[in-house]
Design a binder for this molecule. Structure first.
Ligand code: ATP
Length: 697
């Protein structure tokens, strides 16, 4: 007998109380072990249009809904008695006549009343400032007037729903989409955004259809059912979008990359890719890496969900930040620990070297940036090499004389570091790169990199050197629209060419349609990297609707604080727990403003430097810290003119190219912070606000 798990089962299971979940799981295990055992009580759902729906008794109140056909049993839903029956009475499972995917179709006539109401009623708390008025109430035109029934069928709209879709307007569509199979909702949303309709490719075997596989999973045995049900809150662990699955399962002929705007599931793809490699190749030793230790820890936790605690898999994967893994490999090969100079130490050395060399007229910010992005990143070791370095932006400003003067400073810094036997992160990467570049024996068979947009030159060289020379050794996940730490450079120039093997995800699982649309306004529609690879950000869709973000440009700090505090109090009254709230600012100088807001709202909070992550505190911190995180609500405050973009960075630019680069990364920073929000977003400043806020309003 085959057991199939439907995503509707995992979602409904997740909504039950803990002890109810336990009982429902036990019944599900019994069902899988032997559906004919006498203890199980089945009842056909007589009122359902689909004769194959049955209920199975869990206890006096709870029922599992299964769908029985031939030799297979599908776990479809679980709920309290009446609600479980209602669910099954309104559903039919069928193979779509055009796409061939198996769908759970909501029976049309029973949901008439529901479909006409918006799925979420936007509720704005009373706020002490004005919010944008509702759009004029003129009837909106139908969105899909140009599409024929055949068009609608080609993207998986069930026959029952053709008429509703044809009449849908911008206002009613989201409510309607929640009743449609996901692939139909997404294709129509993409059409609404871009005017392009992408019909699904028909597949012979309905069970093998990518859209079937995104909601139903055929389970191999009890272990698999156990693993899938142990993580019912983590739907991503079991059900992948067809695009995600495609990227995970493909064989590549060289380094590959998954791209996509914030929240499209790139990390999820990276994690599944790791598991796939481990499952298919019993000799694989995988490195899963990213740019910081906290992010690596988060990856480790998620990977444990996927592996279901299987030591034979987890034991063959190392999860660590770029830096940590370089330190470990250095320790292993050199037999000693690398002592690394922190940023402050290097800053001090640069200042002293400039004084000693009598070189003046360059700002400290410029010097450290030139050191980090040029001298140290490219490991420049002579005045000649300095003249040749392939750098972005600074080239025009620095004449030969200036470069000679600067080299006097930087060569002293290099010498001082050498005398103290100190590494910089870049020189550590370089040391390990040199060790492994010529070795045939590599520490890992595969390397999977998350947040790859923030790889710098030394890190990429390092990963290239420790990766074996096999076609699918390197896999990157990243979004160049979220690059906030590194200057752009050519990957191809360093021998890592992902052209032709780069795939873009389009479905945003994290942020509401409203937040995604607003955040997208911060970035260009297409972004091109140094190698000419274009990232087309159009056509992304979010899978749920939320509340319009709030943007406040206040008269003074007190007014901003009052507005933000009122917003937070309304959240707390709505039952949003503090740990689902974050307040971000541009830099440490604005942290006191964020703290004042939290205090005015009586919101318990933690900052990076004070307190530990706990269940009941909000996070207050700088935007750079936001990377990789996710909250129900995000506030980005103190976005004033001069703060965003940061005036000091702008003042230091060498030329137009560098100005563009600074403005782009400052925009990207705001994009990263804003897209951490799932359903509510608040952005504020004191007059005059950041030019970026103007773009958003
Ligand atoms: N197939 C899926 N089903 C359900 N949820 C998913 C799926 N894929 C991703 N998600 C959820 O969407 C959210 C964003 O996923 P993820 O962090 O992988 O996105 P990302 O593209 O790496 O985002 P960012 O670039 O902002 O870091 C997460 O909460 C994740 O669990």
């Amino acid at each position: 007998m085959t057991t199939i798990l439907a995503d509707s089962f995992t979602s409904s299971l997740a909504k039950l109380a803990n002890d109810e979940q336990k009982q429902a799981k036990l019944t599900a295990f019994d069902l899988q072990a032997n559906p004919d055992q006498p203890g199980l009580q089945f009842h056909r759902i007589d009122k359902s249009k689909d004769p194959n729906f049955w209920s199975v008794r869990v206890n006096r109140d709870l029922r599992i809904i299964i769908h029985k056909t031939g030799d297979s049993v599908m776990l479809a839903y679980v709920d309290h008695h009446d609600d479980a029956y209602k669910w099954a009475e309104r559903r039919r499972i069928e193979t779509h006549p055009s796409t061939g995917a198996i769908q759970i179709v909501e029976v049309r006539e029973r949901v008439e009343e529901v479909a006409l109401q918006p799925a979420i009623q936007p509720v704005q708390a009373d706020l002490p400032f004005e919010v944008a008025p509702d759009k004029e109430s003129i009837p909106a035109p139908p969105l899909f007037a140009k599409l024929t029934p055949d068009h609608l069928l080609s993207v998986g709209v069930p026959q029952d729903w053709l008429a509703d879709v044809a009449e849908a307007t911008e206002d009613s569509f989201f409510a309607l989409a929640s009743h449609l199979p996901q692939e139909a909702g997404e294709a129509l949303l993409e059409y609404a955004a871009t005017g392009i309709l992408k019909p699904a490719e028909p597949v012979e075997d309905p069970l093998e259809h990518p859209d079937t596989m995104r909601r139903f999973r055929v389970l191999e045995g009890l272990d698999e059912l156990q693993a899938a049900l142990d993580a019912p809150f983590e739907k991503w662990a079991v059900f992948l979008h067809p695009l995600q699955r495609g990227v995970v399962e493909r064989d590549y002929s060289g380094p590959a990359r998954v791209a996509g705007s914030a929240g499209t599931g790139k990390t999820v793809v990276a994690l599944h890719r790791v598991m796939r490699i481990l499952r298919l190749d019993p000799d694989a030793r995988v490195l899963l890496t990213t740019f910081s230790d906290p992010l690596a820890d988060a990856l480790k936790r998620k990977l444990a969900v996927l592996s279901g605690g299987r030591d034979d898999l987890e034991g063959r994967v190392t999860v660590a930040s770029f830096r940590r893994i370089a330190e470990e490999l250095f320790g292993l090969t050199a037999g000693r620990k690398a002592h690394i100079a922190d940023r402050e130490t290097v800053r001090g050395l640069i200042e002293r070297a400039a004084n000693d060399a009598g070189v003046h007229g360059f700002s400290p910010r410029f010097l450290i940036s030139e050191w980090e992005n040029v001298i140290d990143a490219w490991r420049i070791d002579s005045a000649d090499a300095y003249a040749e370095v392939p750098r972005m932006g600074r080239k025009n400003r620095l004449g030969q004389k200036q470069r000679e003067a600067l080299w006097q400073v930087f060569s002293r810094v290099r010498e001082a570091l050498r005398q103290k036997a100190l590494f910089t992160p870049a020189s550590l990467f370089q040391a390990v790169t040199s060790t492994y570049a010529s070795r045939a024996e590599k520490p890992f068979t595969h390397i999977v990199v998350d947040e790859a947009q923030d790889l710098g030159v030394p890190e990429l060289r390092f990963l290239g050197a420790i990766a074996p020379d096999s076609p699918d050794a390197l896999f990157f996940a990243g979004d160049i629209g979220q690059r906030i730490f590194q200057q752009p450079f050519s990957w191809k120039g360093l021998g890592i060419d992902v052209r032709g093997r780069s795939f873009t995800l389009k479905v945003n699982y994290r942020t509401s349609q409203q937040i995604r649309q607003m955040a997208d306004r911060l970035l260009p529609k297409t972004i091109r990297d140094v190698d000419g690879l274009e990232d087309d950000r159009r056509g992304a869709v979010s899978v749920f609707e939320g509340i319009e973000p709030t943007v406040v440009i206040a008269d003074d700090e007190a007014a901003e604080r009052d507005a933000a505090a009122a917003f937070i109090r309304a959240l707390l009254e709505d039952g949003i727990p503090p740990d689902q709230i974050a307040i971000f600012v541009r830099s440490p100088a604005e942290v006191p403003r964020a703290r004042a807001i939290a205090e005015a709202a009586a919101l318990p909070y933690r900052t990076v430097s004070s307190g530990k992550a706990s269940d009941d505190t909000a996070l207050v911190g700088i935007m750079h810290l936001a990377k990789g995180l996710e909250f129900r609500t995000v506030l980005v405050v103190a976005c004033d003119e001069g703060v965003l973009p940061l005036a000091a960075r702008v003042a230091d630019v060498a030329d137009e190219f560098e100005l563009d680069e600074v403005i782009a990364t400052e925009r990207q920073l705001l994009y990263v912070a804003a897209t951490r929000a799932r359903d509510r977003l608040f952005l504020s400043s004191v007059k005059p606000g950041s030019e970026f806020l103007e773009d958003l309003i």
